[in-house]
Write a protein that binds this ligand. Structure first.
Ligand code: DAH
Length: 322
Protein backbone atom coordinates (compact mmCIF):
# COMPACT_ATOMS: atom_id res chain seq x y z
CA UNK A 1 0.00 0.00 0.00
CA UNK A 2 1.20 3.51 -0.85
CA UNK A 3 2.15 5.94 1.84
CA UNK A 4 0.08 9.00 0.96
CA UNK A 5 1.34 10.99 3.91
CA UNK A 6 4.88 10.56 2.61
CA UNK A 7 3.94 12.02 -0.79
CA UNK A 8 2.42 15.10 0.85
CA UNK A 9 5.39 15.45 3.14
CA UNK A 10 7.80 15.34 0.20
CA UNK A 11 5.71 17.77 -1.80
CA UNK A 12 5.66 20.22 1.11
CA UNK A 13 9.42 20.07 1.41
CA UNK A 14 9.82 20.78 -2.29
CA UNK A 15 7.34 23.66 -2.37
CA UNK A 16 9.11 25.38 0.50
CA UNK A 17 12.28 25.67 -1.58
CA UNK A 18 10.57 27.40 -4.46
CA UNK A 19 11.81 30.91 -5.22
CA UNK A 20 10.26 31.87 -8.54
CA UNK A 21 7.60 31.15 -11.13
CA UNK A 22 9.85 28.87 -13.17
CA UNK A 23 10.35 26.46 -10.24
CA UNK A 24 6.57 26.38 -9.72
CA UNK A 25 6.12 25.22 -13.30
CA UNK A 26 8.68 22.48 -12.76
CA UNK A 27 6.92 21.31 -9.62
CA UNK A 28 3.63 21.33 -11.48
CA UNK A 29 5.04 19.12 -14.20
CA UNK A 30 6.55 16.80 -11.62
CA UNK A 31 3.25 16.18 -9.86
CA UNK A 32 0.38 17.03 -12.15
CA UNK A 33 1.46 16.45 -15.79
CA UNK A 34 0.61 13.36 -17.84
CA UNK A 35 3.82 11.78 -16.70
CA UNK A 36 3.59 13.25 -13.20
CA UNK A 37 3.39 11.48 -9.85
CA UNK A 38 -0.37 11.78 -9.48
CA UNK A 39 -0.98 10.24 -12.91
CA UNK A 40 1.31 7.39 -11.96
CA UNK A 41 -0.73 6.84 -8.78
CA UNK A 42 -4.02 6.71 -10.72
CA UNK A 43 -2.52 4.10 -13.00
CA UNK A 44 -1.99 1.91 -9.94
CA UNK A 45 -5.74 1.75 -9.29
CA UNK A 46 -6.17 -1.11 -11.74
CA UNK A 47 -3.91 -3.37 -9.61
CA UNK A 48 -5.88 -2.78 -6.43
CA UNK A 49 -8.55 -5.10 -5.12
CA UNK A 50 -12.05 -4.01 -6.03
CA UNK A 51 -13.27 -3.10 -2.54
CA UNK A 52 -10.26 -0.84 -1.89
CA UNK A 53 -10.51 0.95 -5.23
CA UNK A 54 -12.97 3.74 -4.16
CA UNK A 55 -11.00 4.56 -1.00
CA UNK A 56 -7.75 4.64 -3.00
CA UNK A 57 -9.27 6.82 -5.71
CA UNK A 58 -10.66 9.30 -3.15
CA UNK A 59 -7.28 9.62 -1.49
CA UNK A 60 -5.54 10.27 -4.82
CA UNK A 61 -8.07 13.00 -5.58
CA UNK A 62 -7.53 14.55 -2.14
CA UNK A 63 -3.78 14.65 -2.71
CA UNK A 64 -4.25 15.95 -6.23
CA UNK A 65 -6.43 18.88 -5.11
CA UNK A 66 -4.17 19.61 -2.15
CA UNK A 67 -1.23 19.94 -4.57
CA UNK A 68 -3.22 21.96 -7.15
CA UNK A 69 -4.37 24.38 -4.45
CA UNK A 70 -0.91 24.90 -3.03
CA UNK A 71 0.65 25.42 -6.46
CA UNK A 72 -2.09 27.88 -7.52
CA UNK A 73 -1.70 29.92 -4.36
CA UNK A 74 2.02 30.12 -4.79
CA UNK A 75 1.61 31.13 -8.41
CA UNK A 76 -0.72 33.96 -7.42
CA UNK A 77 1.82 35.16 -4.86
CA UNK A 78 4.62 35.25 -7.42
CA UNK A 79 2.63 36.93 -10.19
CA UNK A 80 1.61 39.66 -7.69
CA UNK A 81 5.25 40.19 -6.79
CA UNK A 82 6.17 40.34 -10.44
CA UNK A 83 3.49 42.95 -11.13
CA UNK A 84 4.83 45.10 -8.33
CA UNK A 85 8.33 45.05 -9.72
CA UNK A 86 7.55 45.62 -13.38
CA UNK A 87 6.37 48.70 -15.27
CA UNK A 88 3.02 48.49 -16.98
CA UNK A 89 3.40 50.67 -20.06
CA UNK A 90 -0.30 50.53 -20.83
CA UNK A 91 -1.21 52.56 -17.73
CA UNK A 92 -1.91 56.29 -18.12
CA UNK A 93 1.01 58.59 -17.23
CA UNK A 94 1.47 59.76 -13.67
CA UNK A 95 1.32 63.48 -12.91
CA UNK A 96 4.43 64.34 -10.96
CA UNK A 97 3.90 68.06 -10.67
CA UNK A 98 1.38 69.86 -8.48
CA UNK A 99 -1.73 71.40 -10.00
CA UNK A 100 -1.47 75.15 -10.51
CA UNK A 101 -3.23 77.66 -8.29
CA UNK A 102 -4.72 81.07 -8.86
CA UNK A 103 -2.27 83.96 -9.08
CA UNK A 104 -2.30 86.18 -5.96
CA UNK A 105 -3.64 89.08 -8.05
CA UNK A 106 -6.59 86.98 -9.23
CA UNK A 107 -7.21 85.88 -5.64
CA UNK A 108 -7.25 89.48 -4.43
CA UNK A 109 -9.57 90.54 -7.27
CA UNK A 110 -12.01 87.74 -6.37
CA UNK A 111 -11.87 88.79 -2.71
CA UNK A 112 -12.69 92.39 -3.61
CA UNK A 113 -15.43 91.35 -6.03
CA UNK A 114 -17.07 89.29 -3.29
CA UNK A 115 -17.26 92.33 -1.02
CA UNK A 116 -18.92 94.49 -3.66
CA UNK A 117 -21.25 91.73 -4.83
CA UNK A 118 -22.65 91.63 -1.31
CA UNK A 119 -23.35 95.37 -1.53
CA UNK A 120 -25.32 94.72 -4.73
CA UNK A 121 -22.73 95.85 -7.29
CA UNK A 122 -22.78 94.35 -10.78
CA UNK A 123 -19.44 93.01 -12.05
CA UNK A 124 -18.59 94.00 -15.62
CA UNK A 125 -15.43 93.40 -17.68
CA UNK A 126 -14.02 95.77 -20.25
CA UNK A 127 -11.40 95.51 -22.95
CA UNK A 128 -7.66 96.17 -22.90
CA UNK A 129 -7.61 97.96 -26.26
CA UNK A 130 -9.63 101.13 -25.85
CA UNK A 131 -10.69 104.05 -28.02
CA UNK A 132 -9.13 107.40 -27.24
CA UNK A 133 -12.69 108.66 -26.74
CA UNK A 134 -13.46 106.45 -23.73
CA UNK A 135 -9.97 106.52 -22.22
CA UNK A 136 -9.47 110.31 -22.43
CA UNK A 137 -12.02 112.50 -24.27
CA UNK A 138 -15.20 111.32 -22.57
CA UNK A 139 -13.49 111.55 -19.18
CA UNK A 140 -12.94 115.24 -19.67
CA UNK A 141 -9.15 114.81 -19.95
CA UNK A 142 -7.62 117.78 -21.70
CA UNK A 143 -6.32 117.42 -25.27
CA UNK A 144 -2.81 118.32 -24.12
CA UNK A 145 -2.76 116.36 -20.87
CA UNK A 146 0.68 114.71 -20.45
CA UNK A 147 -0.88 111.26 -19.91
CA UNK A 148 -1.86 111.30 -23.59
CA UNK A 149 1.76 111.49 -24.74
CA UNK A 150 3.62 108.61 -26.38
CA UNK A 151 6.04 108.74 -23.47
CA UNK A 152 3.31 107.68 -21.03
CA UNK A 153 0.84 105.64 -23.07
CA UNK A 154 1.04 102.67 -25.44
CA UNK A 155 -0.68 103.89 -28.60
CA UNK A 156 -1.78 101.39 -31.26
CA UNK A 157 -2.71 104.10 -33.77
CA UNK A 158 -4.00 107.63 -33.28
CA UNK A 159 -7.45 106.40 -32.27
CA UNK A 160 -6.68 103.24 -30.28
CA UNK A 161 -4.47 102.59 -27.26
CA UNK A 162 -3.89 100.15 -24.40
CA UNK A 163 -6.18 101.59 -21.74
CA UNK A 164 -4.38 103.55 -19.05
CA UNK A 165 -7.19 103.36 -16.49
CA UNK A 166 -10.37 101.43 -15.79
CA UNK A 167 -12.27 104.72 -15.48
CA UNK A 168 -12.98 104.42 -19.22
CA UNK A 169 -15.56 101.80 -18.24
CA UNK A 170 -17.66 104.46 -16.49
CA UNK A 171 -18.56 106.04 -19.81
CA UNK A 172 -18.89 102.70 -21.63
CA UNK A 173 -21.34 101.45 -19.01
CA UNK A 174 -23.39 104.65 -19.10
CA UNK A 175 -24.07 103.85 -22.75
CA UNK A 176 -25.92 100.68 -21.74
CA UNK A 177 -27.22 101.25 -18.20
CA UNK A 178 -29.39 103.97 -16.77
CA UNK A 179 -29.47 104.99 -13.06
CA UNK A 180 -29.64 103.62 -10.47
CA UNK A 181 -26.28 102.07 -11.40
CA UNK A 182 -23.93 100.10 -9.13
CA UNK A 183 -20.97 98.69 -11.03
CA UNK A 184 -17.48 97.36 -10.38
CA UNK A 185 -15.07 96.55 -13.18
CA UNK A 186 -11.52 95.32 -12.89
CA UNK A 187 -8.69 94.40 -15.23
CA UNK A 188 -5.34 95.28 -16.73
CA UNK A 189 -4.23 98.82 -17.42
CA UNK A 190 -1.02 99.89 -19.17
CA UNK A 191 1.46 102.70 -18.66
CA UNK A 192 5.09 103.19 -19.69
CA UNK A 193 6.64 102.73 -16.25
CA UNK A 194 9.04 100.23 -14.75
CA UNK A 195 10.60 100.22 -11.28
CA UNK A 196 10.08 98.76 -7.79
CA UNK A 197 6.54 100.10 -7.55
CA UNK A 198 5.51 100.24 -11.23
CA UNK A 199 5.16 97.73 -14.06
CA UNK A 200 3.98 98.56 -17.61
CA UNK A 201 0.92 96.40 -17.00
CA UNK A 202 -0.90 96.46 -13.70
CA UNK A 203 -4.45 96.06 -12.39
CA UNK A 204 -7.14 98.44 -11.30
CA UNK A 205 -10.61 98.03 -9.93
CA UNK A 206 -13.11 100.74 -10.71
CA UNK A 207 -16.24 101.20 -8.66
CA UNK A 208 -19.03 103.63 -9.42
CA UNK A 209 -22.52 104.27 -8.20
CA UNK A 210 -25.10 106.65 -9.64
CA UNK A 211 -28.41 107.29 -7.93
CA UNK A 212 -30.47 110.05 -6.37
CA UNK A 213 -28.80 111.91 -3.45
CA UNK A 214 -25.39 110.25 -3.65
CA UNK A 215 -22.89 112.29 -1.68
CA UNK A 216 -19.41 112.27 -0.20
CA UNK A 217 -20.56 110.45 2.96
CA UNK A 218 -21.64 107.47 0.85
CA UNK A 219 -18.22 107.43 -0.82
CA UNK A 220 -16.41 107.62 2.50
CA UNK A 221 -18.57 104.87 4.02
CA UNK A 222 -17.93 102.43 1.16
CA UNK A 223 -14.18 103.04 1.21
CA UNK A 224 -13.89 102.69 5.01
CA UNK A 225 -15.94 99.49 5.02
CA UNK A 226 -13.93 98.07 2.15
CA UNK A 227 -10.57 98.79 3.82
CA UNK A 228 -11.82 97.17 7.04
CA UNK A 229 -12.94 94.08 5.10
CA UNK A 230 -9.81 93.78 3.01
CA UNK A 231 -7.11 94.26 5.63
CA UNK A 232 -9.07 92.61 8.46
CA UNK A 233 -7.70 95.13 10.94
CA UNK A 234 -8.10 98.78 11.83
CA UNK A 235 -6.16 100.97 9.42
CA UNK A 236 -5.53 104.67 9.45
CA UNK A 237 -6.49 106.27 6.16
CA UNK A 238 -6.74 109.85 4.98
CA UNK A 239 -8.56 111.61 2.16
CA UNK A 240 -6.31 114.17 0.48
CA UNK A 241 -7.90 116.64 -1.98
CA UNK A 242 -6.70 115.94 -5.52
CA UNK A 243 -7.59 116.67 -9.11
CA UNK A 244 -9.19 114.28 -11.57
CA UNK A 245 -11.04 115.80 -14.51
CA UNK A 246 -13.90 113.31 -14.22
CA UNK A 247 -14.73 113.83 -10.53
CA UNK A 248 -15.55 116.93 -8.55
CA UNK A 249 -14.53 117.06 -5.73
CA UNK A 250 -11.67 114.58 -6.11
CA UNK A 251 -9.50 112.87 -3.51
CA UNK A 252 -6.61 110.50 -3.18
CA UNK A 253 -6.86 108.03 -0.34
CA UNK A 254 -3.68 107.22 1.55
CA UNK A 255 -3.13 104.39 3.98
CA UNK A 256 -0.62 104.39 6.85
CA UNK A 257 1.81 101.49 6.45
CA UNK A 258 3.57 99.59 9.24
CA UNK A 259 6.59 101.84 8.86
CA UNK A 260 4.35 104.90 9.50
CA UNK A 261 4.69 106.05 5.90
CA UNK A 262 1.61 107.03 3.86
CA UNK A 263 0.93 105.23 0.58
CA UNK A 264 -1.70 106.19 -2.00
CA UNK A 265 -4.09 103.35 -2.78
CA UNK A 266 -6.89 104.91 -4.76
CA UNK A 267 -8.31 107.95 -6.49
CA UNK A 268 -11.92 108.87 -5.93
CA UNK A 269 -14.57 111.54 -6.00
CA UNK A 270 -18.08 112.48 -6.94
CA UNK A 271 -18.71 112.01 -10.64
CA UNK A 272 -18.33 115.28 -12.55
CA UNK A 273 -21.72 116.59 -13.81
CA UNK A 274 -20.17 116.89 -17.29
CA UNK A 275 -19.71 113.10 -17.47
CA UNK A 276 -23.36 112.62 -16.57
CA UNK A 277 -24.59 115.18 -19.10
CA UNK A 278 -22.47 113.56 -21.85
CA UNK A 279 -24.29 110.32 -21.11
CA UNK A 280 -27.71 112.04 -21.11
CA UNK A 281 -28.19 111.76 -17.36
CA UNK A 282 -29.69 114.76 -15.61
CA UNK A 283 -27.15 115.91 -12.95
CA UNK A 284 -29.89 117.77 -11.09
CA UNK A 285 -31.69 114.49 -10.55
CA UNK A 286 -28.78 112.10 -10.16
CA UNK A 287 -25.32 112.20 -8.66
CA UNK A 288 -22.60 109.60 -8.49
CA UNK A 289 -19.49 108.46 -6.69
CA UNK A 290 -16.49 106.67 -8.18
CA UNK A 291 -13.12 105.35 -7.24
CA UNK A 292 -10.27 103.50 -8.92
CA UNK A 293 -8.16 101.18 -6.84
CA UNK A 294 -4.64 99.88 -7.53
CA UNK A 295 -4.84 96.10 -7.00
CA UNK A 296 -1.08 95.55 -6.77
CA UNK A 297 -0.81 98.44 -4.30
CA UNK A 298 -3.21 97.00 -1.75
CA UNK A 299 -1.87 93.48 -2.26
CA UNK A 300 1.66 94.72 -1.58
CA UNK A 301 0.56 96.50 1.59
CA UNK A 302 -1.41 93.50 2.87
CA UNK A 303 1.43 91.04 2.34
CA UNK A 304 4.34 93.42 2.92
CA UNK A 305 5.85 93.06 -0.55
CA UNK A 306 8.47 95.65 -1.39
CA UNK A 307 8.95 95.03 -5.13
CA UNK A 308 5.93 94.79 -7.46
CA UNK A 309 8.02 92.86 -10.02
CA UNK A 310 8.04 89.84 -7.70
CA UNK A 311 4.40 89.34 -8.68
CA UNK A 312 5.32 88.91 -12.32
CA UNK A 313 8.54 86.95 -12.54
CA UNK A 314 6.90 83.52 -12.12
CA UNK A 315 8.97 82.48 -9.13
CA UNK A 316 6.97 79.49 -7.88
CA UNK A 317 8.48 79.70 -4.37
CA UNK A 318 7.20 83.24 -4.05
CA UNK A 319 3.78 82.56 -5.57
CA UNK A 320 3.21 79.44 -3.44
CA UNK A 321 3.03 81.60 -0.33
CA UNK A 322 -0.42 82.96 -1.17
N1 DAH B 1 -8.42 106.56 -13.01
C1 DAH B 1 -7.64 107.18 -11.99
C2 DAH B 1 -6.18 106.76 -12.13
O1 DAH B 1 -5.90 105.81 -12.79
C3 DAH B 1 -8.11 106.79 -10.62
C4 DAH B 1 -9.45 107.35 -10.30
C5 DAH B 1 -9.57 108.59 -9.73
C6 DAH B 1 -10.59 106.63 -10.55
C7 DAH B 1 -10.79 109.13 -9.42
C8 DAH B 1 -11.84 107.14 -10.24
C9 DAH B 1 -11.92 108.40 -9.67
O2 DAH B 1 -12.96 106.49 -10.46
O3 DAH B 1 -13.14 108.91 -9.39
O4 DAH B 1 -5.33 107.40 -11.58
Amino acid sequence: MLNFKKIIYKFNLEIQKIKNNKCIDKLYLKYLSKKGKIKKLTKLIKNISINLKPKFGKKINKIKYYIINKINNLKKKYTKKKKKNSIDLSLPGKIFFKKGTLHPITKVVIKIENFFKKLGFKNIYGQNIENVFYNFDALNIHKYHPSRSKKDTFWINNKKLLRTQTSCMQVRCLKYFKPPIKIITSGCVFRRDYDKTHTPMFHQLECFLIDKNINFTNLKYIIYEFIKYFFKKKNTIKFVPAYFPFTEPSYEVFIKKNNNKWLEILGCGLIHPKILVNSKINPKKYSGLAFGLGIERILMIKYNISDIRLLYNSNIKFLNQF
